[in-house]
Design a protein around this ligand. Structure first.
Ligand SMILES: Cc1cc2nc3c(=O)[nH]c(=O)nc-3n(C[C@H](O)[C@H](O)[C@H](O)COP(=O)(O)O)c2cc1C
Length: 180
């Protein structure tokens, strides 16, 4: 898939077919996503694939702060990926001191880059996904058994698309770019 077409054509998908998404397929997506850039190449992003229906149901029904859209998106999807990040790597020196004045900022920054890489790699394989930010982190950690010292940086339901949404309106270049 051509890169520009991929960036422009990817949409957030919230409705999925029943077709199964296998561990092997997610492995192929992560094989691409792992080339995303990261703070000093610290690669502190981890992907936890939830195929277990009981855990997925629990996250959908009890861990998304009653935001119905997210309950539906996760319930609809055959697979749920938790985008995790290891604490105190991005933005920190090996001795644990802060590398910049921005503290934990770079941890989320790396998670954002990885989310886009993962979403685009999934799209290139004909899959749809949506990055979810509305969830109760402590509840997700508990429900999924996230290892200590890791944050839940996003939830990403994944599956074969059962919808073809239009692109939500984008700002014009003139609204986004200033030149001095
Ligand atoms: C950090 C982040 C958090 C988001 N959280 C949610 C969410 O909780 N629920 C949801 O349905 N969509 C969520 N989205 C998806 C956005 O609504 C979507 O990307 C935006 O409307 C643009 O649509 P597009 O992805 O189809 O281009 C999130 C996206 C990002 C990047």
């Amino acid at each position: 898939m051509e890169l520009i077409e991929g960036i422009k054509g990817r949409r957030s998908i919230r409705k999925f077919t029943d077709q199964e998404v296998t561990r092997e397929l997610i492995e192929e997506i992560v094989e691409t996503a792992r080339f995303a850039p990261s703070w000093k190449n610290s690669q502190s992003v981890r992907y936890m694939l939830i195929l277990d229906k009981e855990i997925k149901d629990k996250i959908a029904n009890e861990c998304v702060m009653d935001f119905e859209w997210n309950t539906k998106s996760i319930n609809n999807a055959p697979a749920l990926v938790l985008l995790l990040t290891v604490d105190k790597r991005a933005g920190y020196e090996r001795d644990g001191s802060e590398s910049t004045s921005k503290g934990e900022h770079w941890q989320s920054f790396d998670a954002g880059i990885a989310s886009e890489a993962f979403s685009l790699a999934a799209y290139a394989k004909g899959l749809g996904s949506v990055i979810l930010g509305i969830y109760d982190e402590a509840k997700v950690i508990e429900a999924a058994g996230v290892p200590e010292g890791q944050k839940v940086s996003a939830l990403i339901p994944v599956g074969y698309p059962a919808e073809e949404p239009q692109a939500p309106k984008r700002k014009e270049v003139a609204d986004l770019l200033t030149v001095k």
